[in-house]
Design a protein around this ligand. Sequence first.
Ligand code: ZN
Length: 262
Amino acid sequence: MQLDVLTSGIWQTTTTIVSNGGSCFVVDPAYFPRELEAIAARVAEIGRADAVVFTHGHWDHVMGHTVLPDAEVCMNRGLAEAIAADDPRAAKFLDDAREFDSRWYVPRPAGHRWPTSLRGLGDDEQVELGGISVRALDLPGHSPDGLGLIVEDVLLVGDYLSPCEIPFIDDPPAYWRTLVRLIDLLGKELREVIPGHGPRLTAAEALSIARTDLAYVDRLIEVGRRRDISGARELALPRAEDVVGMRDHHRDNCLKVGIALR
Ligand SMILES: [Zn+2]
């Protein structure tokens, strides 16, 4: 197995090409046209892409499948069902991409659309992608449709454990449970972690991030339970305190535990 990790100019979004001989699968091909051309060129050097995988449905992770039109597209089963049912939640992800591209004049000649052939993966399902054995994990909390992949001793984790940002939380108890599960996995069988945003991590680095994030989510849930507004305001971020907008993400997280900060 060989890994190529390409990093987008937006938010250090990672695209991972997992190959074995002449075939591969591509996780979260992203984002700008010339970056997608580079991904397609690397795939052509390898041979062919049998599958594309989305770690979740957010717009910055799901636009690139159009440059690999022959690949089957795999995702969390719930996301595949939402797309097939024209669920407004799935439609919003496309609208978000459309809005970003419009604002920054990003050409998207293949359009903003979901793939036509969708394959939903369930929790702990073992599948073969590009001739490589992969274990799928349900990872809810950042979004309901989070999908992790374990390939040999490497974990592709989507939007968890990023060294660039704090947890962006959709469902606090689910996020907490996902971190506990990841900490358990990281303590056992993994060597490397590829987050959806930022550099590749050793398992020890990822474990340290996971523990720090769990402490943050713990405190967040606790201030929410106590309706402790000043505690929520003063809560230290686990990292990226000086990144523009990160405090706003913390404010969004507080809303998820019932606290509206002004
Ligand atoms: Zn996301």
